[in-house]
Design a protein around this ligand. Sequence first.
Ligand SMILES: C[S@@+](CC[C@H](N)C(=O)[O-])C[C@H]1O[C@@H](n2cnc3c(N)ncnc32)[C@H](O)[C@@H]1O
Length: 319
Amino acid sequence: MKALNTQLQNELTKTDQPLKSIFIGGGTPSSVEANLYDEIFLRLIAFIDKDTEITIEANPNSTTKEWLTHLKKLGVNRISFGVQSFNDEKLKFLGRNHDKNMATNSVNLAYEVGFRDINLDIIYDTAIDSKKLIKSDLEIIKTLPINHISAYSLTIEEGTKFFKKPNSKIENIEMTKYIFESLESFGFIQYEISNFSTDENSRSKHNFGYWEKEDYLGVGAGAVGCVGNERYYPQKDVEKYIQNPLIYEDVEILDADDIRFERIFLGLRSKSGVPLVLFDEKQKEKINILLQEDKVTLKNDLLFNNDFLLSDEIALFLE
Ligand SMILES: C[S@@+](CC[C@H](N)C(=O)[O-])C[C@H]1O[C@@H](n2cnc3c(N)ncnc32)[C@H](O)[C@@H]1O
């Protein structure tokens, strides 16, 4: 946290504007004592205004009332719980350290402490999923005081435990559609391939900033920042980062094509849309085909994808 503070001081020299959003993620921020965030918020205070969205991620097994109360006092106004499921068997399958009751209790605790912007993450497309299991999870979600859901399809990442158990993931498009339609029927509106909110105001400003390719500062071991056409990577190794938090492991210079492709790719995955000016003539011909097939919509010179589950295919078709 001391090293992170040193880097934060350095990164904040890159802006003199109020921050639109702050996202404290991880790893597991709730495993760090609340008072270790004090210095960070003292440093951030000059860059926070009434509209700054301040999110912190937490895991149900390490969330306490004291921790939530302290972070709220520091200015955090949005909480994101890594719940994944409310089924104890599935939580064991996912190697999670919490159970159903800890998950529901931590969400209700956050509401009790006064948080009104509350997200929970769920994971689907696991080998243990069944319509019955997913239905029972959705029934619980419907009862909770939350205004945002992030639903992620299980990804098998190299270097993780699951990499040794690739059959842990079973893609099931019908089940995915059932989850998405159920969330919509509960009043959640999908605004990105994995993100749902009860209204536009409860969307994640922070994530929207990524999808609209706004500049962002990245602070911490393993974090990533991107300002202008420079994407920079602080050291991933925590010990090395503590030794010297100011050196970058890598700096990637994005050329105009990289930025254009990323803007198209991210814009098609979300309701941010893609400015038509980013497309060349050949792509505009392909867009006409997609318009005839009602796969995309053109509004105010912005191209919107009509089915997020096809976003990557459409991006590659246009490329
Ligand atoms: C940045 S992670 C937050 C880390 C969090 N503390 C955790 O325990 O995973 C945000 C969310 O990503 C999702 N996630 C983590 N690993 C994943 C995986 N292999 N596949 C899909 N989603 C994953 C989980 O829903 C998690 O809550």
